[in-house]
Design a protein around this ligand. Structure first.
Ligand code: MRU
Length: 336
């Protein structure tokens, strides 16, 4: 993706250093952070400075390469794998780099493959998008969630570039606001017409016939096609089924976890209650501030992901093509 006219990846490695776009500062500031050790890269993943399945995977692969270069192969693997539990790409990348002869080359290869896969997802997914389509997406499964292009947003960018005059409904995605903050920022950058909607407005727009298609990303896809994605995805899938709107999941095959037989085995991350109780924004004077937005003293619960059963999914847009749930379940694994 181009930022201020320059092509930029979300995460990359040069020598022993890993460079990351600080996603916690977006959309207010565009800042690149340098991490000089695997521990620093672990912290970046844990604090969601880098987030989104593919970007977490690439960052974890680079962190594993840093750990190997620092002579901390075993401790490094343990610490990296303990950063975030749900995104399969993290475990996929760490395992590959840990077992590689040349950890640095392997980590670079994973990042390149991620970008290439997402580009292909865009080409395949574009075929599903009709002229003038109104598409709903949840969270951020865009360029920022991967190394480049994105998963759910990649077909949207491809369709927009083909002049299909699409419109995107962007769920704000409480509590961290990845839709309102990141997806909206990306779409604006690429001049894709869009509107941010409250999370609880999707069913209304569907009931009014204003949404033609739903495309979301995935953090982990089990062998039976059940899909873990950002909290709120399940609700959108149920609503889409009710109104007969096709609901697609876009993900590279590195997100498939064939050891998980069904969604029941996918670990769901529980994040800090602070993310629900407080919100960060920018004042009219340009100061970034965190404020309490709930009744003082109340507690909160904050599961970060939910699982959408395969029966609600029309298909999976992958770098190998579009698979129906049936085709997915009967495909010869691994990686189809
Ligand atoms: O907690 P996050 O922001 O790392 O969550 C991951 C996501 O961005 C979403 O669930 C996304 O839709 C899938 S990741 C490409």
């Amino acid at each position: 993706m181009r930022v201020k006219g320059k092509h930029c990846r979300t995460v990359w490695m040069e020598g022993r250093e890993v460079f990351l776009i600080d996603q916690n500062q977006l959309p207010f500031k565009f800042k690149i952070i340098k991490s000089s050790s695997y521990k620093e890269t672990c912290r970046a993943i844990k604090t969601m400075l880098v987030r989104g399945a593919g970007a977490i995977g690439a960052a974890a692969g680079f962190a594993m390469a840093q750990a190997v270069l620092e002579g901390k192969r075993e401790a490094g693997r343990r610490e990296i794998e303990a950063t975030r539990p749900t995104a399969q790409n993290l475990f996929y990348a760490v395992k590959r780099v840990y077992n590689a002869r040349d950890a640095y080359q392997e980590a670079q290869a994973i990042a390149d493959e991620d970008a290439e896969s997402c580009k292909r997802i865009g080409e395949y997914g574009n075929k599903l998008i009709k002229k003038g389509a109104r598409i709903l997406t949840h969270c951020n499964a865009g360029w920022l969630a991967f190394v480049d292009y994105g998963s759910a947003l990649s077909p949207i960018y491809a369709a927009h570039r083909k002049g299909k005059r699409i419109f995107v409904f962007v769920d704000e995605t409480r509590p961290r606001g990845q839709g309102a903050r990141l997806t909206a920022w990306e779409l604006k950058n690429e001049k894709v017409p869009h509107a941010i909607i409250p999370d609880n407005a999707a069913a209304y727009f569907m009931s009014q016939g204003e949404i033609d298609l739903v495309i979301v990303g995935a953090d982990r896809i089990a062998k039976n096609g059940d899909t873990a994605n950002k909290i709120g995805t399940l609700e959108k899938a149920i609503c889409a089924k009710r109104y007969g709107i096709p609901f697609f999941v876009a993900a590279p095959t590195s997100t498939f976890d064939l050891k998980c037989k069904s969604g029941k085995q996918i670990p769901i991350e529980e994040r800090s209650r602070e993310e629900v109780l407080y919100q960060t924004g920018i004042t009219k004077r340009g100061k970034v501030e965190k404020v309490l937005v709930a009744s003082p003293g109340s507690i909160a619960k904050n599961p970060a992901f939910d699982v959408t059963p395969a029966e609600l999914i029309a298909g999976y847009i992958t770098e190998k093509g579009i698979l129906t749930p049936k085709k997915f379940q009967t495909a010869r694994h691994p990686r189809l």
